[in-house]
Design a protein around this ligand. Structure first.
Ligand SMILES: [Zn+2]
Ligand SMILES: [Zn+2]
Length: 264
């Protein structure tokens, strides 16, 4: 089984298009690339219903869309028996767990994907970056501390691009076993998106993924496509990466219940 559980429901110019027709374009591309099931995970900060969660201009500027057409488009596509799942990519805001849970509560998610793109107003994969402002060691410590908190918050089924902190600067040695232990209870994403970033690497690193395997963390697969043409892009490399770390199964979600299926 091959899934792609991270993508943003957009038109081919990356503008927001939350319609069943847009879903169909992603489904078509997925089927051409041999993907069995796809999950949509639009960024939560695009939705005006979540406005009270945000303080940064980056989020507030984008927070102008109604969430209902997004949910309706994916739910309708499911009703038409397309192999799609309703997810959402949620920026973890430490200390705002209750408000985040309230914002998510009204909708029939198949899974909720947690991610950390900013900490204390500094970018993990954006400028000005946390790494530049406090140095790699301190940035990694803060990022992985927050990731562990995200895992324990109970808000998330899976964590997106879990070593995104390597985006800026050199990779450093880490206690991968301790980190993997702090993430028990959630799945992590094996993502091909980093191949197309300046660092050119899969998420997470081989050492991280092997530690996750030993700790029994389940995985999903992800392209992080922002346009239909990128659905499933380089997932073969993500699958190989997972298999080299010893993974034999991949996680499927349905209404926030996880099950394992043979990988590949
Ligand atoms: Zn992300
Ligand atoms: Zn994403």
């Amino acid at each position: 089984m091959i899934v792609d559980y991270h993508m943003h429901l957009r038109a081919s110019d990356e503008s927001i298009e939350h319609t069943v027709e847009a879903v169909e374009r992603f489904v078509e591309q997925a089927s051409e690339r041999g993907i069995d099931e796809i999950g949509f995970t639009e960024h939560i900060y695009y939705f005006e219903q979540t406005r009270t969660l945000w303080t940064m201009r980056y989020h507030l500027e984008r927070c102008v869309y109604d969430i209902e057409p997004y949910v309706d488009a994916v739910v309708e596509a499911k009703r038409r028996d397309y192999p799609v799942k309703l997810g959402i990519e949620v920026d973890y805001e430490p200390g705002r767990e209750e408000e985040t849970a309230e914002a998510l509560a009204p909708y029939p998610w198949d899974y909720v994907l947690g991610s950390i793109h900013f900490l204390a107003g500094l970018g993990i994969d954006a400028e000005p970056s946390l790494v530049d402002s406090v140095g790699p060691e301190q940035a990694w410590r803060r990022y992985y501390g927050a990731l562990g908190q995200a895992a324990r918050s109970g808000l998330f089924d899976s964590l997106a691009h879990p070593d995104l902190v390597k985006f800026h600067g050199a990779e450093i040695d880490w206690d991968w076993d301790e980190l993997a232990g702090s993430l028990e209870g959630v799945a992590i994403e094996v993502s091909s998106a980093g191949l197309h970033k300046p660092h050119g690497k899969l998420y997470p690193s081989p050492a991280f993924l092997s530690a996750a395997r030993k700790r029994g963390l389940p995985i999903t697969l992800a392209s992080d496509a922002h346009v239909p043409q990128n659905v499933g892009r380089d997932l073969d490399r993500a699958i190989e990466h997972a298999q080299s770390a010893g993974y034999e199964t991949v996680t499927l979600f349905n209404r926030r219940e996880a099950r394992q299926e043979p990988l590949g």
